[in-house]
Design a protein around this ligand. Structure first.
Ligand code: GLP
Length: 262
């Protein structure tokens, strides 16, 4: 851990909320251990746990470690309920660029989670149908008692989930127009920007803010500039992740490259 070098931030913040690791593997293992500890704690209490899950390259190491714990350390997912942050619209669930495919590939098909407990905001049909679907998704989260632990990555424009710059802090699950930076960053997966969907469904800023624990994971030098803005800059919808500064239940987990400008 290298927090000692970040001396311009308040001590209670660097001690309690900021965790900087030498490399991506250590940072990802830390996050996986937090998730596994909560799952196990709830099992001892005979209770379910509601996880908010993220996609992208960032959480892959977390899922890899959780799968390893399932295989070799007896970590069971029987009591786990999941809600994913977002999904492209429109997209087919079997498309390799879909977050449905991603979650099956990197986590769900490798652990003993009950398929009925998995929720991903995939929706087809016209936009008026999408609005109802989004309301139902939000209501399902509420009906399950809210999110116990929300895992987040961050886009280079500061988005969390697909809450793009300008997203209101009181927003809930809804259809979103994707930002040019987001579509540009996604084109490598879609084989050209013309193939990247223009919209997505995402849970809202308010939905995320109500999670009882929030872990923002950022890895690599490409995230260092936006991490500086999100942590050191003003709290503003222009940088959606900046809202986490105001949420004491939010922790930041970085490798030293992502934290380089702090
Ligand atoms: C996508 C996802 C976000 C994710 C972001 C960063 O836009 N909707 O949830 O945090 O990408 O992706 P990566 O982790 O690949 O940098």
């Amino acid at each position: 851990m290298e927090n000692s070098v970040i001396n311009h931030l308040p001590t209670d913040f660097t001690t309690n909320r900021l965790h900087v690791f030498d490399d991506a593997l250590k940072a990802s293992d830390y996050v996986a251990r937090q998730i596994a500890a909560l799952i196990r704690r709830r099992q001892l209490e005979g209770r379910e746990v509601v996880l908010g899950l993220a996609t992208g390259s960032t959480p892959k190491g977390v899922y890899e470690e959780l799968v390893r714990m399932h295989r070799y350390d007896g970590l069971s997912f029987e009591n786990v309920i999941t809600f994913n942050l977002d999904e492209y619209y429109p997209i087919e669930p079997h498309d390799e660029q879909s977050y449905t495919w991603f979650m099956n590939q990197y986590l769900f098909s490798h652990v003993n989670i009950n398929p009925h407990n998995i929720h991903i905001p995939h929706v087809t049909g016209p936009e008026n149908h999408v609005k109802n679907y989004c309301d139902e998704y939000e209501n399902k989260i509420i009906a399950k008692g809210g999110i116990d632990l929300q895992l987040l990555g961050i886009g280079r424009n500061g988005h969390i989930g697909f809450n793009e710059p300008g997203s209101c802090f009181d927003s809930v699950t809804r259809l979103i127009n994707l930002h040019p930076v987001t579509r540009n960053d996604a084109q490598v997966y879609f084989g050209g920007i013309e193939n990247v969907p223009k919209q997505a469904v995402s849970i809202g800023m308010s939905t995320i803010s109500q999670a009882r624990n929030i872990l923002l994971l950022a890895l690599g030098p490409a995230k260092s500039e936006i991490i500086k803005q999100a942590i050191d800059g003003p709290i503003t919808p222009d940088v959606p992740a900046s809202i986490l500064q105001s949420l004491p239940q939010a922790q930041y987990i970085f490798d030293k490259n992502a934290a380089a400008l702090l």
